[in-house]
Design a protein around this ligand. Structure first.
Ligand SMILES: *Cc1c(COP(=O)(O)O)cnc(C)c1O
Ligand SMILES: [Zn+2]
Length: 412
């Protein structure tokens, strides 16, 4: 099956078309390039019934992904559980709450496996032998793992203060990891410069238009798993703002293709208070992002001070009637524990941002108890253990009387 439904790369600002190569900015106006599809051709080929018969992976929506040939990397990725979260809902005052659980996304436990599968499949189509990325952690894990299976060389650039788990889970797959003194924004600037110097496929620089499309599958799955419905609310954690923007695009596309019964969906963005430039712009009712110079939060995976898609994320949130909130580190930790205790899901700090933001938005009266609501859990808690502190469990000898002494009279 050849699925070239892709017409061109198109400038989001001036509309100029570019060939399907490793390009990401418009020469004329410096706008970002986005993949343009022939939606009539997609509609002729793709139906709900066809999707439903395909294997449960992100590639069941392949006509809406930007490859010209069948995918070759990350063939089993995606189709993570959408779980009903009644116990958490009860705590927050919601009766129709779901969690889209990419803390168990295959193979590196974050939604980045979706974007990397697309980016590296495209990198191979374009003939790259080495791939690279600037990462806040999860992208590093995923690029390294997928480059390993694809037999591609990999250079991964990270800020020098990343969590140990994120660094280890990049090194295990054999990529060359380079820590850069500075923030993610410094790392990203360096990578933009390196793109001119080396013929590498940088998944979030020169391959960014393709990479970003992979996030749409998270949104497609939500809609299919709700029984081809769109929810009233989706709460999305934001770093560059790409995931939120692409979930918005997935809603538009399924609506346009007639795949879903639509309720107008409000998109809500979640950030950490120590790095919330998009939330801050939304609060001003603006698309003008004021970069955060020194991000300071335990949610390192979201710590992008100068978010590439901030403008579009702010626009999508405001156009949908949604909101954006920035939550404190203490709220993040509390929310990670709440999700674990209510739903048995161990998420990383970014997931704590989502749940803390959801809690705030409900408390502000912006989500009604019976409205269908989806919270986006995008990463796994085993990778950010330093964010949590528990007292060590009590130790006893293997004798029942020692447990009885520990538990006290209430259990007699
Ligand atoms: C990268 C990331 C996000 C958000 O990414 P965007 O840049 O906004 O697309 C959300 N959650 C986790 C865990 C991430 O690693
Ligand atoms: Zn342009």
């Amino acid at each position: 099956m050849l699925n070239s439904m892709v017409q061109a790369l198109r400038c989001r600002e001036c509309g100029r078309d570019y060939p399907k190569e490793a390009l990401h900015v418009c020469e004329d106006c410096f706008g970002p390039l986005e993949v343009a599809y022939d939606y009539e051709a997609v509609a002729a080929r793709l139906t709900r019934a066809a999707i439903a018969t395909r294997p449960p992976t992100m590639w069941r929506y392949r006509e809406l992904l930007p490859l010209d040939a069948p995918p070759t990397v990350g063939l089993d990725n995606g189709f993570t559980p959408l779980v009903r979260a009644d116990r958490l809902g009860q705590r927050l005052g919601l009766r129709a709450l779901y969690i889209k659980n990419d803390s168990v996304c295959h193979p590196t436990w974050s939604f980045k496996d979706r974007v990397v599968a697309v980016a590296l499949s495209k990198a191979r189509e374009l003939g790259f032998e080495t791939v690279a990325c600037a990462s806040t952690g999860n992208l590093a894990n995923s690029v390294s793992a997928h480059a390993a299976t694809a037999g591609l060389g990999a250079f991964v650039f990270i800020p020098d203060d990343l969590e140990a788990g994120k660094v280890l889970a990049t090194q295990i797959y054999g990529a060359r990891v380079v820590a850069v003194r500075g923030s993610y924004d410094d790392v990203n600037r360096l990578c933009a410069e390196l793109t001119d110097r080396y013929r590498w496929g940088f998944v979030n620089v020169n391959l960014r238009p393709y990479y970003a499309e992979g996030s749409k599958t998270y949104g497609y799955e939500i809609q299919e798993q709700l029984g081809w419905r769109q929810p009233a609310h989706i709460v999305v954690p934001m770093a560059s703002g790409s995931l939120l923007t692409k979930i918005g695009k997935s809603l538009d596309e399924f609506r346009q293709l007639g795949f879903v019964t639509t309720s107008p969906t409000r998109l809500h963005g979640a950030q950490a208070a120590g790095c919330g430039p998009i939330a801050e712009a939304v609060a001003r009712d603006s698309e003008d992002i004021r970069p955060v110079k020194k991000p300071q939060t335990i949610a390192k995976s979201l710590a992008i001070g100068n978010p590439a898609d901030g403008f579009y994320a702010s626009r999508a949130i405001r156009a949908s009637g949604g909101t954006a909130v920035a939550v404190s580190d203490a709220e993040i930790v509390e929310a990670m524990k709440l999700l674990g205790e209510c739903e048995g899901i161990f998420t990383e700090t970014a997931g704590g941002v989502t749940i803390a933001a959801l809690r705030r938005i409900v408390a502000e009266g912006r989500i009604q108890a019976d409205e269908l609501t989806v919270a986006c859990i995008t990463g796994n808690g085993l990778k950010t253990q330093e964010a949590l502190q528990f007292t060590a469990p009590p130790v006893i000898s293997p004798h029942a009387h020692e447990l009885a002494a520990l538990l006290g009279p209430a259990y007699e």
